[in-house]
Design a protein. Structure first.
Length: 266
């Protein structure tokens, strides 16, 4: 069995800087890390699937990195639309969290006992929506062709609509091309994304696909055609992906560490 925790959209700023003047994203990340460390079964890996920093400054990544180092298990990072590749590379280069070389896209494969984790770089720098150029798609095809081990793909921008118009307008811009690559490989067991700041689950390209919530603020669930994007202080959290015998089950984990209370027969 493989367990993978996924966190996303941490949007860390410098000390004293709050999102919308109210949201201390660093405090929420700290609670999230405590909860992951307290899980009864420890994940093999934590995937931070983009928007680690809010403005892409190296100082923000250093703050993220210092907090992620508290995790009791390995972790890896990948970019979202709020991230910048050069500062991420500067802070995480040479660590297991970002196993890439050179100055290209920040995407890579990680081998686990029962699974290959493929982290895709969907950043289209300067834009809110995502994109996969031919080089990134070719890389994915080559990685999937290199091994028949079950594979799970992580990317920041979802390739499917979530129903919130403002977020669907800035999803992955070329999902059809990604679907064409996946159609050639029948050992992909699922896709996991972020970006939307709330959990969602669907079937896409014949695969289970999901969106990870933020540990902090969420996007308001309003599917009206002209609804403005709004945020809420609904409980944030992370996803826990369980892979066993090639099957995928995903749990949404919210809030701080709970206190288990066994049932007592009356």
């Amino acid at each position: 069995m493989s367990l993978i925790a996924q966190i996303s959209d941490t949007h860390i700023r410098l000390p004293g800087q709050l999102i919308e003047g109210r949201v201390d994203t660093f405090a929420y990340l700290s609670v999230c890390i405590d909860r992951i460390n307290a899980l009864p079964q420890k994940p093999e890996l934590v995937v931070a699937s983009g928007d680690l920093a809010d403005t892409g400054r190296a100082e923000e990544y250093r703050r993220v990195k210092a907090e992620l180092e508290r995790l009791a298990m390995p972790y890896c990072v990948m970019p979202g639309n709020h991230d910048l590749r050069a500062p991420m590379r500067e802070v995480f280069r040479g660590t297991a969290a970002l196993p890439v070389s050179g100055n290209g896209h920040l995407q890579y494969a990680i081998e686990l006992a029962e699974l290959r984790v493929l982290c895709l770089d969907t950043l289209d720098q300067g834009k809110e929506g995502g994109w996969l150029c031919i080089d990134r798609l070719d890389w994915l095809h080559d990685e999937l062709a290199a091994s028949r081990k079950p594979a799970m793909i992580f990317l920041h921008h979802p390739p499917f609509d979530c129903g919130i118009p403002g977020m669907d307008a800035i999803k992955l811009g070329n999902p059809e091309q990604l679907a064409e690559v996946l159609a050639e490989h029948d050992h992909v067991i699922g896709l996991a994304s972020g970006h939307v700041h709330r959990s969602a689950f669907t079937q896409w390209a014949g695969l289970p696909a999901c969106i990870c919530p933020s540990p902090a603020h969420q996007i308001h669930l309003d599917m009206s055609e002209h609804a403005p994007l709004s945020w809420t202080l609904e409980a944030g959290g992370f996803l826990l992906h369980r892979v066993k015998h090639g099957g995928l089950t995903t749990h949404v984990v919210n809030g701080p560490r709970p206190v288990p209370m066994p049932y007592v027969q009356q």
